[in-house]
Design a protein around this ligand. Sequence first.
Ligand SMILES: Cc1cc2nc3c(=O)[nH]c(=O)nc-3n(C[C@H](O)[C@H](O)[C@H](O)COP(=O)(O)O)c2cc1C
Length: 531
Amino acid sequence: MKIIITGPKCSGKSTIGAEAAKRLEIPFYETDSIIEELYSREHNEKLNFYEICEKLGETAFREYEKRAVKEASELDWCIISVGGSTLLDSESRRLLRDDSVIVLLKADLGILWERLKKRGSSVYFKRRSPEDYFKEAASKKIETLEPFADITIDVSDDNDNPGKFISAASDYFAMLSKSPNTSGQIIRATTFGESHGPAVGVVLDGLKPGIEFSAEDIQAELERRRPGQSSVSTPRSEKDKVRILSGVFEGKTTGTPIAMIIENKDQDSTKYDIIKHLFRPGHADFTFWKKYGIRDHKGGGRSSGRETAGRVASGAAAKKILADRGVKITASSFEIGGVKAEEYNPNEIESNPVRCADKQAAEKMQQAILEARKNGDSLGGIVELRISGVPAGLGDPVFGKLDARLAGALFSLGAVKGLSFGDGFEAAKSRGSEFNDQMRDNDFLSNHAGGVLGGISTGQDILVSLAVKPTPSISQPQDTVNTEGSSKKIQIEGRHDPCILPRIIPVVEAMAALVLLDCWEIQQRLRPGTI
Ligand SMILES: Cc1cc2nc3c(=O)[nH]c(=O)nc-3n(C[C@H](O)[C@H](O)[C@H](O)COP(=O)(O)O)c2cc1C
């Protein structure tokens, strides 16, 4: 992979490219210098690029240029400055396109002309109307190259253009290199840490500088996810105090990665010793063993719900930014152990331990969980997610559709076994005449689709339901096998959530916020000023 920097004369390809390469500590090349080297090797004479052109004539010179492009196309992990005219040749474009990111520098034509005049010597000054000739050539280059460029940067001002170049190129590379521990394209959250390691956390990158960022906002969301918060969550007692290590200065983002760490203080690995060689039914022990060949039996390692603390910390920041733009993201328990909410009172959600919007149903849900726990068992249920204030236009067909991205993010949570938008599976039983959301007076008359059409937000509420399975770690005796494959009985001790719903709710909101903010940033770049 390499970065090609190109643009019309005086756009600063060489200066910006060389400075960016220095800062990134990677090599910098120029096709002009490669031509000079090729010529000197073959003619035993040192001439500069212009002298070679003059001596050989246009046709022979272009042949040299093509050979230089061929050599450049074989380079890797470097920045290469390529003359705008070189890339007007389709074969050169094809060669340099492969395994590269093309960055086009453009600027106001008047500014480019002023820079050329300051520079003094140029073949353009030999023309009859040098200014017109130069501007026409520069504008042709920009017009032809812009559709081929992955990134276009306006360099009309001289305000740290190498910095702009590095930031745009790194955003682009981040978009290309997806890691399974990182979510997002522009707003990227990488979580780290295991259940019984020293800490869990997240590195959140891609936020612009100057956004207000308070540890209190992050902490408030972490409190909602924290273990040991009520009688229906795990008794593991963690304070989950977040420590912000970087990326924030005097309460504002600096535009650099924000690292947040949450220490594990109350891990008790002794209870896990008896299952060191046994696989917990319903948990990820067996598949992690098959995939990685390592058995981190202490608290489930990275497959533990504890990993989600980093998601909540980064999601809290995304949620706050979206709230300032009018987006409200609310998840609640719709059903637990067969008890369903019959009314939706959003003010009720945070005042009961199961986070249900119906006070009476909440009490019954709580009783059902305590009963299951008494019997060494656990319960599952349905989480309802409602998002309001999302403008129409978020989501990127085809593989970045909003519903596909939300589903991917929410399915990345442990214990989520089903997901639907709007009427969901009921759609299968409906007729078009019933299911279609008809429109009148510039509005929708219903919301069966759940706020997404064609993978793009409609501007209506986004409605999602999630099926969450019962907590796999239960204390009843169960059948399993050990790492040798022999049949065994297992009885799990340790501290576990008797029902995952109350604690998964802030995580669901966090994941939705990260996806929505990322889609928002993408849309802002696609059609600036439209949302
Ligand atoms: C917030 C949260 C808390 C969880 N708490 C527990 C728990 O206490 N005990 C447990 O066995 N599983 C718990 N889980 C579920 C497991 O992490 C999950 O079931 C396991 O990784 C297997 O993944 P799967 O259910 O997606 O197949 C929790 C999950 C989340 C998201």
